[in-house]
Design a protein around this ligand. Structure first.
Ligand code: KIV
Length: 273
């Protein structure tokens, strides 16, 4: 047991704290290890890896086995932050039994401390089945990328009174079912602020304005390594795509003009004697 590692109750208690919860995704050991040395609270192995790490056009194709593989790699680098794993499309929709089996795999095989499920009133019974068995659940409402085929596009939620009412109902249903926090994705800021005020559990926003209890971003987006076009809520804090291309071009140049490898990067028997 690592006594420095953040826990689900520690995150839930932050509802009443002035310190915002800060979360990021990670998909591999190297980045997990790196960001885990910062003060980041939560590392999410998001199913966005289907697009970002695997090159699919949506989050739908990634499978349970693939998510477990990525989660266990991230787990090996995650010694301080809370590790949450995303349940992929069709890993919990069929039945409570299916949801329990697959969430259990994330805990046992992946080393996650909690799972995240997309949906509101429609998945409340799944959430209850998991939390009843001591598997902590993070909710995810608003834009739910696994519903792309129903909506046809990623549409910001809460524009009409009726839609805002539905989103609030989803938030309350998840809270009643026992989630310890809820991701609010792509929700008009006033509605996100109202939901944050109504709920007793923390909200973690992504495209939901400044009044949530915390924020999450996809690490690759923050680093400027994301998709060519990104949603309005993405902020690039650096441009590692340019830095990477620059480094690779320098390498190509030096190999071709034979300035690399130089003596400092070669083993030379004569100089050792
Ligand atoms: O899959 C993901 O990365 C997510 C975050 C955007 C919240 O669900």
């Amino acid at each position: 047991m690592n006594h420095n590692k953040k826990t689900v109750p520690m995150i839930a208690e932050r509802k009443n704290s002035l310190k915002k919860i800060v979360a990021l995704t990670a998909f591999d050991y190297s980045f997990s290890r790196l960001i885990d040395t910062t003060d980041i609270d939560i590392i999410l192995v998001g199913d966005s890896l289907s697009m970002v790490a695997m090159g699919h056009s949506t989050t739908l194709p990634v499978t349970m086995d693939e998510m477990i593989m990525y989660t266990s790699a991230v787990r090996r680098g995650c010694n301080n932050s809370l590790l949450v794993a995303d349940m992929p499309f069709m890993s919990y929709q069929i039945s409570n039994e299916q949801a329990i089996t697959n969430a259990g795999r994330f805990i046992q095989e992946g080393g996650a401390q909690a799972v995240k499920l997309e949906g509101g009133t429609n998945i409340a019974s799944r959430v209850h089945a998991l939390t009843y068995l001591d598997i902590p659940v993070m909710g995810h409402i608003g834009i739910t990328p696994q519903s792309i085929n129903r909506h046809g596009k990623y549409q910001v939620r809460g524009k009409t009174f009726e839609d805002a009412r539905k989103v609030k109902q989803d938030a309350l249903a998840l809270q009643d079912a026992g989630v310890f926090s809820i991701v609010l994705e792509g929700i008009y800021d006033d509605l996100a602020a109202e939901i944050t005020q109504i709920l007793k559990i923390p909200t973690i926003g992504i495209g939901a304005g400044v009044n949530c209890d915390g924020q999450i971003l996809v690490l690759h987006d923050l680093l400027g390594l994301g998709m060519d076009s990104s949603p309005k809520f993405v902020k690039k804090y650096t441009n590692l795509a340019n830095e990477t291309k620059k480094a690779v071009n320098n390498y190509i140049q030096e190999v071709r003009d034979q300035t690399f490898p130089d003596a400092n990067h070669s083993y030379n028997l004569k100089s050792e004697n």
